[in-house]
Design a protein around this ligand. Structure first.
Ligand SMILES: Nc1ncnc2c1ncn2[C@@H]1O[C@H](COP(=O)(O)OP(=O)(O)O)[C@@H](O)[C@H]1O
Ligand SMILES: [Mg+2]
Length: 160
């Protein structure tokens, strides 16, 4: 078993490693692996909130959500979806952005930094509106904010 990974993914991980996939990261519900063609496959077991988000992303065409190349598919015991590869460096910046997004979701008085950030990224507000309208819980932290170049991308903002 690989440390830090839920045991349920053990066999799948062995298979992916043997077949040349590279792990990008994992969270409480799933894991992401890079394929040889540069795309990423996100695997998960049971995450209706995420499936809902994927549907929203595929319809919204918002630059601040991931590009998915397929709908969610079930393969054996897992579900998966193919998506664009995003960057997970710049942790400090991602923490700051997660805080700014949370502040906006909370809807209280906001800082000048917050006003400037949303002024610079106006299309993020649409994603925030979607998050606040769903019945899922919010799940905003730096692990769920990645980058496409300089563009912040929310990859997984809701949880069940
Ligand atoms: N498209 C992607 N490109 C690069 N890394 C990714 C991608 N999707 C997810 N990851 C990495 O995998 C981690 C877990 O993905 P996430 O979708 O948040 O799963 P979970 O539902 O378990 O939280 C992320 O924090 C990130 O580091
Ligand atoms: Mg996550």
């Amino acid at each position: 078993m690989i440390p830090g990974i839920p045991q349920k993914y053990g066999n799948l991980q062995t298979f992916l490693k043997k077949n040349g996939y590279k792990k990008c990261g994992s969270g409480s519900y799933g894991m992401a692996w890079e394929c040889s063609d540069g795309t990423v496959i996100k695997f998960f077991e049971n995450d209706r909130a995420y499936e809902d988000f994927v549907k929203y992303c595929r319809l919204s065409r918002n630059i601040h959500v991931p590009v998915f190349y397929s709908g969610v598919k079930k393969i054996g015991n897992y579900k998966c979806v193919r998506m664009e590869k995003l960057s997970n460096t710049r942790i400090r910046r991602r923490i700051t952005i997660a805080n700014l997004i949370q502040e906006k979701l909370d809807g209280g008085v906001v800082s000048v930094q917050n006003l400037k950030f949303f002024n610079d990224h106006p299309r993020l507000i649409k994603v925030i509106k979607w998050i606040s309208k769903t019945t899922w819980s919010e799940d905003i932290h730096y692990g769920n904010i990645l980058f496409r170049g300089n563009v912040p991308v929310i990859i997984d903002p809701v949880a069940h």
